[in-house]
Design a protein around this ligand. Structure first.
Ligand code: GSH
Length: 217
């Protein structure tokens, strides 16, 4: 039994996709972010970083969304969501998951919390504008990868695709949105037909309409 501490459309979304995809036995526990419950003493015992998500499985709690995703995949080795040891796609899985988390997600965090990255309030719009460019650079690299690949790792859906879908959603408001990148936009539109994406986005109250408007030229 998995317990996922989540908040809609937060970094808990990728693990939520995986648990749903795997038809795992899981419970969703809402962390009331509006009341700052991720900083409550009770939650900090599970996750000293005071961030969402946290996964509790077999009495052990772990934090960091990519670590949670890998752990869920490793507990389901036959699922195909993470290439097994010896599969040449495995290093690519690590590469893309690390790139998504360590570059795109990190840049998005600065974009969404710009006040934490300057001590001069008047420069906040500059931080946002700089981040928009850096996010667009990362999206461009991902777009190139999708030019000849149905999914990030090739022909097979993996946890990296669910992770990317989450970050693409967060990137919609940036100046050069994921939908302005041809291959990425087509890929995201395809992913909207994935039953897990549909179900989980409905559960989390997320609107998939923006992704569906893309028209291939
Ligand atoms: N590196 C962490 C980041 C988690 C994170 O920043 N979560 C955000 C929501 S998307 C959060 O909890 N923000 C509330 C806060 O910083 O207090 C992960 O990938 O799990």
């Amino acid at each position: 039994m998995f317990k996922l501490y989540y908040y809609p459309n937060n970094a808990s979304l990728a693990p939520h996709f995986l648990l749903h995809h795997l038809k795992a036995d899981y419970e969703l526990i809402l962390v009331d972010k509006k009341a700052n419950s991720q900083k409550s003493a009770e939650y900090l015992k599970l996750n000293p970083a005071g961030r969402i998500p946290t996964l509790v499985v077999d009495g052990q709690s772990i934090f960091e969304s990519p670590a949670i995703c890998m752990h869920i995949c490793e507990l389901h080795p036959q699922s195909g969501l993470m290439p097994v040891i010896g599969d040449p796609k495995r290093p690519l899985f690590f590469q893309w998951l690390a790139y998504l988390n360590n570059t795109l997600q990190a840049e998005l965090m600065v974009r969404y919390y710009p006040q934490r990255h300057t001590n001069e309030e008047s420069t906040i719009p500059n931080v946002v504008a700089a981040q928009d460019e850096r996010i667009a650079e990362a999206l461009s690299i991902i777009n190139d990868q999708l030019k000849h690949n149905k999914y990030l790792l090739g022909n097979t859906l993996s946890a990296c695709d669910y992770f990317l879908f989450m970050l693409a959603e967060w990137s919609l408001p940036i100046e050069k949105s994921p939908l302005t990148f041809k291959h990425l936009a087509a890929y995201l539109k395809r992913l909207c037909d994935n039953p897990t994406v549909k179900d989980v986005c409905e559960i989390e109250g997320m609107d998939l309409a923006p992704f569906k408007t893309y028209v291939q030229n």
